[in-house]
Design a protein around this ligand. Structure first.
Ligand SMILES: [Zn+2]
Length: 246
């Protein structure tokens, strides 16, 4: 299906890629961040349809680097298509758990008290596609990212923040000069999935949120999250307060 992915330019060298036919539970945000020397793809979608082949003009650059925020299927599914994959080593990249587009099976994989629909696709990518055709491919990261690492894209630099809680190796990327933060599933504009989720840790999550809350005023103007629409620094404070009060 040629329209499996939607592509939205959001300005400042950033492009949002989404899969509108995926159920909202697994409908994640993939971000292309262009630098003068190198571009980075933050996450890689669900992997139902080959991502790179579908968007050759956008993602054909052989030097493109995929940076994964964490090892959940809706973020790492397309990463196996790329040569360079950078990620935090605390995630089970080579054994990410069996992915499934069947709700009950996925609930067993993820853990937690999840009430998911029979199929997590709202429309198949082709008439013959069945949800059971889905395979979550493991990846072997080519570079281990750690807290404080600086990713030099040329005219922009992304700092790695290790923010465990939703998962042990969750990271965010902070462009300090522009005040832009990519948060993956550490923070998005909804209730973040945590309780009972395999690999999650509420204490770690609280520490990670407090770390974001302690960023100096003005450090974050825009948050591009792993799900839901982007938001500004004021909304980030509201969401942090809300989650920390839980
Ligand atoms: Zn996740």
């Amino acid at each position: 299906m040629s329209d499996w992915f939607s592509v939205t330019e959001v300005g400042d060298g950033v492009t949002l890629i989404q899969e509108p036919h995926v159920h909202p539970f697994l409908r994640s945000n993939t971000w292309l961040v262009r630098g003068s020397r190198r571009s980075v793809l933050v996450d890689s979608g669900l992997g139902v349809v080959p991502l790179r082949a579908a968007l050759p003009d956008l993602l054909g650059d052989p030097d493109l680097v995929v940076v994964l925020t964490h090892a959940h299927l809706d973020h790492m599914g397309g990463a196996h298509e790329f040569d360079e994959v950078w990620a935090h080593p605390a995630e089970p990249w080579d054994q990410p758990g069996r992915g499934s587009l069947r709700g009950p099976a996925l609930a067993r994989v993820l853990g937690g008290d999840l009430d998911l629909p029979a199929s997590l696709l709202e429309a198949p990518p082709s008439p013959a596609y069945r949800p059971d055709d889905y395979v979550l491919h493991p990846v072997r990261p080519t570079r281990a990212l750690h807290d404080g690492d600086l990713l030099d894209l040329g005219d922009r630099t992304l700092e790695v923040l290790h923010l465990p809680g939703h998962s042990p190796g969750s990271i965010a990327l902070h462009d300090r000069d522009r005040g832009t933060l990519w948060t993956g599933d550490v923070l998005y504009d909804d209730e973040v999935l945590l309780d009972g989720l395999t690999g999650s840790d509420p204490d770690d999550y609280g520490r990670s949120l407090r770390r974001l809350a302690a960023l100096p005023a003005g450090a974050v103007d825009t948050v591009h999250a792993g799900h839901e629409p982007s938001f500004d620094g004021d909304r980030m404070r509201v969401l942090l307060d809300h989650h920390l009060a839980r």
